[in-house]
Ligand binder design. Structure first.
Ligand SMILES: NC(=O)C1=CN([C@@H]2O[C@H](COP(=O)(O)OP(=O)(O)OC[C@H]3O[C@@H](n4cnc5c(N)ncnc54)[C@H](OP(=O)(O)O)[C@@H]3O)[C@@H](O)[C@H]2O)C=CC1
Ligand SMILES: O=C(CO)COP(=O)(O)O
Length: 342
């Protein structure tokens, strides 16, 4: 599928990620409509060529057209949904009447809908039945992408040819988009890593050291993989950019808002004050992820500990102690009497 088919694309969401993706697509040669819900913000971005609130210091590419008019997405053959996961349903519903038939709806949010347990692709299937769902995920901080620092992500769509065409259309020398067809695997990696990054941040904030961080990240990957496989994800997807790759990035950097949120908790901040008011998607997904894991009897002790901390059922110290004193078991599988954090 030729990349020229996607000459014009739209991005929904005037936040850090929407703005960064707009710039990335522009670098890939696309004309980009960048929709923000706030007319004042859209006008300011158009006038100053900067998203001063969410991504200060980064110049908007010339071929990015900010707007607050949702009807402006009508021509786009690909629409990138870059709003928080809990707002995806509302924004997709708003876009439904304006998106062209058969356009790709590329989910860029990382989370699970907390009131329903729906994956993002399920929400798109419900709200945009005339669009083709796809998901873009992987280790990529908005500030890095917007500045054109080298980044690699993956775009998955059940229609493999469409995934390939979209990946080519969005790629540029600094933004390398791999393609695949494991939509569920890619979206679960992005959703779950945010919750696990809060745990890694807590451990760092408590000063538990680099070894604890490595243990949490590795055992976090084990539980992310268990959950994803129960939901039909392929193991190789979990080993890739959207699984292991994003987990490593987010569990290891204060640049991550989820890690920073956990870090604040680890230093004693109350839940309501942690993260400095920035979006920490894992805080919204923890409850529903832990609940879905319990429903399917998937062992996710780290995600469950994060949920218990956020809900006030456990102190962070008690949560860490509980993780370390679970019955010993085999690292891989359920054999008793072996060492490991699982
Ligand atoms: N930032 C990053 O590095 C990355 C983020 N992501 C994911 O992208 C998603 C968005 O994150 P990000 O852009 O960083 O978040 P930000 O907090 O920077 O921005 C969120 C944006 O969404 C808008 N928004 C929220 N609710 C609605 C709604 N109901 N209707 C319309 N617009 C709405 C906000 O508008 P307003 O300002 O008016 O409230 C704001 O422009 C998240 O799921 C995140 O996990 C993925 C990869 C990287
Ligand atoms: O998803 C991200 C990096 O891949 C961004 O992480 P945060 O939302 O934790 O900042």
């Amino acid at each position: 599928m030729p990349r020229e088919r996607f000459g014009s694309i739209a991005v929904l969401g005037g936040g850090a990620w929407g703005t960064a993706l707009a710039n990335a697509a522009a670098r890939g040669g696309r004309r980009v409509t960048l929709w923000a819900r706030d007319a004042g913000q859209a006008q300011e971005m158009a006038a100053t060529r900067e998203n001063a609130t969410r991504l200060p210091g980064v110049r908007l590419a010339d071929s990015v057209a900010p707007t607050a008019d949702i009807a402006a997405i009508a021509e786009a053959r690909a629409v990138l949904l870059a709003v928080p996961a809990q707002s995806l349903r509302a924004v997709a519903s708003l876009a439904a009447a304006h998106m062209r038939q058969g356009a790709a709806a590329v989910i860029c949010a990382k989370g699970i809908e907390r009131d329903t347990g729906r994956f993002m692709s399920e929400i798109v299937a419900e709200t945009l039945p005339h669009a083709v769902p796809a998901v873009l995920s992987g280790p990529s901080f908005a500030a890095d992408v917007a500045r054109g620092l080298p980044t690699a992500v993956v775009l998955a769509c059940a229609d493999a040819a469409l995934a390939q065409g979209l990946a080519a259309a969005l790629s540029s020398p600094s933004f390398r988009v791999y393609h695949g067809d494991d939509v569920r695997g890619v979206e679960i990696g992005g959703a779950a890593k945010n919750v696990l990054a809060i745990a890694a941040g807590i451990a760092a904030g408590m000063g538990l050291g680099e070894s604890a961080k490595a243990a949490l990240t590795t055992r976090g990957f084990a539980e992310l993989s268990r959950f994803a496989r129960v939901h039909g994800a392929r193991p190789e997807t979990l080993m890739g950019l959207s699984g292991l790759g994003d987990l490593i990035l987010t569990c290891g950097s204060l640049q991550s808002r989820n890690f920073a949120f956990g870090h604040d908790l680890g230093r004693g901040a109350p839940v309501a004050a942690a993260g400095g008011g920035k979006l920490a998607e894992g805080a919204f997904t923890a409850r529903v992820l832990a609940g879905m894991a319990a429903e399917r009897s998937v062992d996710m002790p780290i995600a469950q500990a994060v949920d218990a901390v956020l809900e006030g059922r456990l102190s962070i110290r008690a949560a860490m102690d509980a993780l370390m004193t679970r019955p010993l078991r085999a690292e891989h599988g359920d054999a008793p009497f072996s060492a490991g954090l699982d």
